[in-house]
Structure formats: C-alpha cells, structure tokens
Write a protein that binds this ligand. Structure first.
Ligand SMILES: [Zn+2]
Length: 405
C-alpha cells in the first residue's frame, strides 16, 4: 500500500491555487476542485473508502469491526484565504489522513469506524458565510445559504453545483458517518507555543467574542475659525474613548484581547473638524463575564463622555458569539499521551475560530495546535517545521488509536 508524509500532502495541495504567485484557493474555484479531488484520490490510494457529500466535503473513512453507526471523526478544511499560507486547514486534513493510514497499516481494521473530513469551506473568504462545510455535516446550514453571492455575483448554489458535480465524476456521492467525537489538529496561528517552547497546544476552548461598531457624532466646522472650547470634534472624542478602553483592557488584563482595527473619519479633510467617526471594537476571552465587564465599563465611559461633551455616541453590538469549550476528558487524554511520549505541551484557549466550534454543537471535541513560526498565519510567511508537523501527527495518531482500537 502507498505511503505519504504530512509535508508531501501539504506541498501537493499548495500547488492548487487560483493565482500564479500566491496561494489562493477559495471554495468551489477550479483550484479548490483540483485540491479536493487530489485528497479524495489520495485516500483511495491509501485504501480508505472515499465519498464526497453535497457540499463538497470529502469523507475518507475506514470501517470498524463493531458495526456502529457513528465514527471517530477527524477533520479540518482545504479552502484558504486570499494570499494564504500552506498550512492553515490543510495540515489537519493531511495529519488525519497520514495518522489513520499508518494505524491501519500497523494494526489492521479498527474496532470503531474512523473518518477524516476534508471540509469544503471554513474561511468565509468567498461568500459572506463561514464554516459551511462543517455546518452541513451537523445539518445546520443557514436558510439563505444558496442565494449568497460572491463579489462576481455568482450564487453559492451555482458555484457549488458546478464544482461538486466535477468531483462526483470521479468520486462517489456519500455522507459522513454520525460523529461520535471530533478532533482537529491545526497550526496555532499565534505566537504562544513558540514563545513557551512547547510542541503541542491542548486547546480547552475557543474564545467568546463580541464586536461593536461605535459611531461618534460631532459637528463639522472650519478648522481655523472655531475656538477650541466651542468644538464638537468627533475624532478627538473617539481618541479619548479608545485611549480609555485600552486602559480598561490593561486593567482587566490578559488573556482578554481588545482591538480597534477599522476607523472611518468624516469628512476626512485636513482643515475641517471631523463631524463623524465610526470605528470597530473586537473583544475576545474564554469567559463571557469578562467580556461583559469590559462592555459595562465601556458603556459607563461612553455615558460620561456624552455628558461632558454633549456629543452623541452610538453603540451597535453586531456580533456576540459564546465560547465553545472542548471536552475535558478528551483533553486529559491528549495531555496524558504527550506526557507518555515526552512531548512538551501547553494548555491554552484559541483566539481564532475553527471547525471544532461547529462540531462542538453536536459532539464532544478535542483541538490540538502545533507552533506557528513567529505566530504568523493567513500569509505566505506561515510556517511550521516538518518536525513539529510530525510530532502533532504522532500525538493525533496515538489519540485515534486509543479511541478507535
Ligand atoms: Zn483554519
């Protein structure tokens, strides 16, 4: 039977790109079809059963002897952001395939069914929705999904039809097994493991997050003739607010993260006092109560500024996602495996979203990280050493062994 390494799969998938000089593999593009077909064909070569569901998720499975309906499930995604790196998502698919095929070669048929899911889409880089692959597997797709359009005006349903039918020419149609539990291995996409010199991150959960849009309404006026005491400068009020929010974030302390990443100033002219500023706030923490504490203090500060300066400050909370906690027993098993194998590990939360949070809605989950060099991801500079990739795969392999054999 054929063998393949994690690095080889990652290199191979990185060649499927829609752009010449960079990796861009958005869901249902031709590069995506080619990558998913490669994954399916590889699974078949390695002796796994292969099927592709309606959404385009490839299901690579090994039937267990126990005749159960459900499967020990491993998965991640093969779509990418624009101008991406090689490892995000693809690593989890590659490590799953290699781990399972090695297990079958060494130990034969497992007791339980095992499936590796190469999810169709996670990044939300083409259509205004993410996690469509894993949402379909758990039967929770949004109602309007098929009508969503990309920036060319192509609907999700048209793009899907065109791409998935190509896969079904060579790979059979099918559905994932019921998920008994779900495990994902992913690059960290942050600097913690590298800084702490740890090989494996055992993730206890994916953070809760809230996003706000803040609008400060002042009064536009002449920059030369309006005395300072008579101004309603929206930008200066926004700066005071952001400065105070930074202090609040520092007072609450890590692991809370607070970001103002977007700002629009009107009219954005050098000799006019700004009449309006709109900016974003993104806050994340495992504990929703900490986010609430930040929000309460933010609202108190805003009330005070409105009173002091007689200005209007509007707050719109447009995203409010609870934390998803992974399964403590599965995490404990991962911890035990790392200790037995003398692999250094670090218990942490994830500040980024992953398919795991969707699968967590229906099944116990586990999430593992390997280090990202300099914490960089969603960039061509994304890098994890072959050694770290293999260590992660070995931990995953042992984990699947304990669950499925
Ligand atoms: Zn990812």
């Amino acid at each position: 039977m054929a063998t393949v390494s994690v690095s080889e799969i990652i290199e191979q998938v990185s060649r499927f790109t829609s752009m010449k000089e960079e990796i861009t593999r958005l869901v249902y593009e031709q590069s995506w079809v080619d990558a998913q077909r490669y994954i399916g064909t590889l699974g078949a070569k390695l002796g796994m059963n292969v099927a592709v569901d309606e959404m385009g998720t490839a299901i690579l499975s090994v039937r267990g002897s126990s005749e159960e309906k459900s499967a020990i499930t491993i998965g991640s995604h093969i779509d990418s952001v624009i101008n991406a790196g090689k490892y995000d998502g693809v690593y989890g698919v590659a490590a799953g395939i290699v781990a399972v095929s090695e297990l079958v070669r060494q130990y034969g048929q497992p007791r339980k069914n095992i499936q590796v899911l190469s999810f169709s889409e996670e990044e939300g880089s083409r259509f205004p929705m993410n996690f469509s692959g894993s949402r379909f597997v758990i039967n929770q797709v949004p109602e309007n999904m098929d009508e969503l359009k990309d920036n060319q005006g192509i609907t999700f349903s048209e793009a899907k039809q065109h791409a998935v039918s190509q896969l079904h020419e060579t790979l059979s149609k099918g559905q994932a097994y019921e998920v008994e539990n779900f495990t994902e291995i992913h690059i960290e996409q942050g600097p913690v493991l590298e800084n702490q010199k740890k090989q494996i991150g055992i993730v206890t959960g994916i953070v809760a997050q809230k996003r706000f849009s803040i609008t400060v309404n002042g009064q536009g006026n002449h920059a030369g003739t309006t005395p300072m005491s008579m101004r309603k400068d929206a930008l200066k009020q926004a700066m005071v607010l952001i400065g105070r929010l930074e202090e609040i974030a520092q007072e609450i302390g890590e692991p809370l993260v607070f970001t103002v990443g977007e700002m629009h100033v009107f009219p954005n002219v050098s000799n006019v006092i700004p009449s309006q500023v709109v900016f974003s706030i993104d806050i994340r923490h495992m504990d929703m109560n900490v986010l609430q504490l930040f929000e309460d203090r933010m609202l108190a500060q805003i009330r005070q500024q409105k009173q002091d300066r007689l200005m209007e400050i509007l707050v719109d909370c447009w995203l409010d996602e609870p934390a998803e906690k992974t399964n403590p027993e599965l995490s404990a098993l991962l911890d035990q495996i790392c200790k037995e194998k003398n692999i250094s590990s670090h218990v942490m939360s994830s500040g980024a979203g992953h398919d795991t949070q969707i699968m967590n809605l229906v099944a116990p989950t586990a999430l593992l990280f390997v280090p990202s060099r300099a914490g960089i991801s969603h960039s061509p500079l994304e890098y994890t050493s072959a050694e770290d990739l293999n260590t992660g795969k070995d931990v995953l392999k042992e984990f699947i062994y304990r669950l499925a054999y």
